[in-house]
Design a protein around this ligand. Structure first.
Ligand code: BMP
Length: 268
C-alpha cells in the first residue's frame, strides 16, 4: 500500500490512468470527498452536482432512483463532471453471474458503461463477475473505466466480513488493470496474503458523517477523521452533506476535515 504518500506522489507512481486522474483531481482541488448524491429527480441531482462540484473529487449516483431518468440526466452529469473536474461513480453493486452483469453494465436503459467512470461489484457470485466487468472494460473501446470491489458494508449485521473481505482483496489482485480498489471501512492490505510492494489499491469509505452515528435502518457512521486514520483515501458522504441546511457549507466542512486528516496521516 502507498497510503502514506501524497495524492500527487501516488498519481505519479500509479500505473492505471483512471487512478492517476483521480489522485490528480484530489491534489488539484484539495478534496477527497465523494458526494453520494442520492437525489431522486434530475433537477435536484444536477443542481446539487453543480453547487457542490467544485468541492468534490467524485460524484456517486444511484441512477435507478432518479424518477425522471433520461438522456438529459446523463448529459447534465457528464457536462458538470467536465466543468467542475470530478469523476462519475455509479453505485450499481453488480452481484449476478458474469453474463448478466455484462448486459446490465453495457446495455439496458441506463447504459452505465457509457458514462460512469467507476462502478462497484460484490464478489458473492465468485470471481466471474469481476472477470466479466473487466472484459467489458478492456473490450469496450472507452478508456478510463474501473471497478471497486464492495469488500465490506456499513450496515448493521453485514455479512461481508472476514474471509469474504479477504477473498475480495485476492480477486482484486487478479484483475489489476480494471480493479481500482475497494469500498470498505478501512484499509484492507492486512487482509492480503500476497500483497506486492507496489500495489496501490484505492480505498473508498462509505458511512461517513460528521454529526450522526447512524440512521433508523441500520446505517452506521464514522467521522472523516477516523476513516482517513484507518487508511481510507476517499470519503463517501451523502445525507451529511446534501441534506444539511446549507449543503455548500457542509461540503466545505467535510472537505477540510478529510483533507486535514489525510495530510496528518502522510506527515506523521
Ligand atoms: P449516507 O451518507 O446518506 O448514509 O449515504 C451512504 C451512501 O453510501 C448510500 O448511497 C449507500 O447506498 C452507500 N453505501 C453505504 O452506505 N454503505 C455501504 O456499505 C455501501 C454503500 O454503497
Amino acid at each position: 500500500s502507498r497510503s502514506g504518500l501524497s495524492y500527487e506522489q501516488r498519481a505519479v507512481q500509479h500505473p492505471n490512468p483512471l487512478v492517476k486522474k483521480l489522485f490528480a483531481i484530489a491534489e488539484k482541488k484539495k478534496t477527497n470527498i465523494v458526494l453520494s448524491a442520492d437525489l431522486t429527480t434530475t433537477n435536484e441531482l444536477l443542481d446539487i452536482a453543480d453547487r457542490l462540484g467544485p468541492h468534490i473529487a467524485v460524484l456517486k449516483t444511484h441512477i435507478d432512483i432518479v424518477s425522471d431518468f433520461g438522456p438529459s440526466t446523463i448529459e447534465g452529469l457528464t457536462e458538470l463532471a467536465q466543468r467542475h473536474d470530478f469523476l462519475l461513480f455509479e453505485d450499481r453493486k453488480f452481484i449476478d453471474i458474469g453474463n448478466t452483469v455484462q448486459k446490465q453494465y453495457k446495455g439496458g436503459a441506463l447504459r452505465i458503461h457509457d458514462w460512469a467512470h467507476i462502478v462497484n461489484a460484490s464478489i458473492l457470485a465468485g470471481e466471474g463477475i469481476i472477470q466479466a466487468l473487466d472484459q467489458t472494460i478492456r473490450d469496450g473501446g472507452v478508456s478510463e473505466r474501473g471497478i471497486l470491489i464492495l469488500a465490506e458494508m456499513t450496515s448493521k449485521g453485514s455479512l461481508a466480513v472476514g474471509e469474504y473481505t479477504q477473498a475480495s482483496v485476492e480477486i482484486a489482485q487478479k484483475f489489476p488493470q480494471s480493479v481500482l480498489g475497494f469500498v470498505s471501512t478501512k484499509e484492507l492490505s492486512s487482509h492480503s496474503r500476497v500483497a506486492s510492494p507496489d500495489e496501490d489499491f484505492v480505498v473508498f469509505t462509505t458511512g461517513v458523517n460528521l454529526s450522526s452515528k447512524g440512521d433508523a435502518l441500520g446505517q452506521q457512521y464514522q467521522t472523516p477523521t477516523t476513516a482517513i486514520e484507518g487508511g481510507s483515501d476517499f470519503l463517501i458522504a451523502g445525507r451529511g452533506i446534501y441534506a444539511a441546511a446549507e449543503p455548500v457549507t457542509a461540503v466545505k466542512e467535510y472537505q477540510q476535515a478529510g483533507w486535514d486528516a489525510y495530510q496528518r496521516r502522510i506527515t506523521s
